[in-house]
Design a protein around this ligand. Structure first.
Ligand code: NAD
Length: 356
């Protein structure tokens, strides 16, 4: 099959990890007889330098005409003094908005081989961990009405948490569909003991659940969920939650897995379209030094194959290849510990390809 992929390498280590990812995808294409057609576009600091705008119209057009987007990372010290609305990171918000990317998927997968990187006790994570946080991405308090007003106690500021039924329904459907492909368990996280918006959230999730009788649903308040994540993370399979709660819980879940260099993510629109990117940023401290771990970007490409292209065995193949490289004892600097063999970005890419 043929697939059109918009490539947004971005800044810092972005281009380095994307280069290794392209190598992996080309090998997968060869092995399974698919054609991946890449179109590279500018975004972030690279676009500011080239055309004075972090998200040029041409980039949006190419992304809209592609089957999926693969992004490295944007941002860096060079652009840190620009005002907020001119910064490279705005490119990501712009893409989310322009492309209707309302569902953020953050798997927190702890490879058994990296168990020592996990800050939790070994008995808590025995056998590895595999959680997906499905976070609503375009609604809630980050996008609600906000402002200032004068009160008896002085100037006050407010940000409104508001969710419409349809916004909750569509994210719940994404999460239930995902649960059907996994272990058929969902935890919906809210604060329904206090917030009206959470009570609506909970009732819509319960309605959606009626269409998925095979999926076991439970509800947790966000404070309890944060506690359970470190107490007994294995109870979770798919977690679905609002924008702000998901922001916090997905970072907590990813911390459990040890290195930021191992964490992929997806942001999905209605249908099969999605933007795939590593969770990490542009890491200016190690950019251009062949030190970046490309595995998060490569795992993001595996998510793209699975969720946007429906290529399940190809995605599995990539994930297994990464596992083999780890079990052979190879480590990039971010996941290195004594007794293992240190490799750079390019060698990591080459070793993964050799296991495909
Ligand atoms: P960062 O994720 O870039 O780096 C944090 C630390 O993790 C650094 O020490 C870095 O060297 C290390 N690290 C990150 N990715 C790694 C990898 N693949 N392999 C090995 N080590 C890795 O976060 P930061 O330093 O807070 O941000 C740097 C820049 O990236 C900022 O301009 C920030 O705004 C931007 N950023 C962009 C995105 C994005 O593009 N989605 C996300 C987060 C941060």
């Amino acid at each position: 099959m043929d697939f059109k992929i918009a490539l947004v390498p971005g800044d810092g280590i972005g281009p380095e990890v994307i280069e290794e990812t392209i190598k992996v995808l080309n090998k997968i294409g060869e092995k399974y007889n698919h054609k991946f057609q890449f179109t590279t576009v500018l975004a972030g600091g690279a676009a500011i330098d080239a055309v004075g705008n972090c998200l040029p119209q041409d980039t949006i057009d190419v992304c809209k005409n592609s089957d999926a987007i693969l992004l490295g990372a944007v941002g860096g010290w060079k652009w840190d003094t620009l005002p907020g609305d001119k910064r490279p990171e705005r490119a990501i918000l712009g893409l989310r908005k322009q492309l209707g990317l309302f569902a953020n998927l953050r798997p927190a997968l702890l490879f058994e081989e990296l168990a020592e990187a996990c800050p939790l006790k070994s008995e808590i994570i025995e056998g590895g961990l595999d959680i997906v946080v499905v976070r609503e991405l375009t609604g809630g308090i980050y996008f609600g009405e906000k402002g200032f007003k004068d009160t008896e106690l002085g100037r006050a500021a407010y940000d409104v948490e508001q969710y419409a039924e349809e916004e909750v329904r569509r994210i719940a459907v994404v999460a239930f569909d995902m649960a059907m492909k996994r272990n058929k368990r969902i935890t919906s996280v809210d604060k329904a003991n206090v917030l009206e918006s959470s009570r609506l959230w909970r009732s819509v999730v319960n309605e959606v659940a009626k269409d998925y009788p095979d999926v076991e649903l439970n509800h947790l308040y966000v404070d309890n969920a944060a506690m359970q994540m470190v107490r007994n993370p294995k109870q979770f399979d798919v977690i679905v939650t609002s924008n702000i709660f998901g922001d916090i819980l997905s970072d907590e879940a990813s911390m459990i897995t040890g290195s930021i260099g191992m964490l992929p993510s997806a942001s999905l629109a209605k249908g099969n379209f999605g933007l795939y990117e590593p969770v990490h940023g542009s890491a200016p401290d190690i950019a251009g030094q062949n030190q970046a771990n490309p595995m998060a970007a490569i795992l993001s490409a595996a998510m793209m194959l699975r969720y946007s292209f429906g290529l399940l065995k190809e995605a599995d193949n990539i994930e297994k290849a990464i596992k083999s490289v780890l079990s052979q004892g190879y480590r990039t600097a971010d996941i290195m510990s004594s007794g293992y063999k240190l490799i750079g970005t390019k060698e990591a890419g080459d070793r993964i390809i050799s296991q495909l």
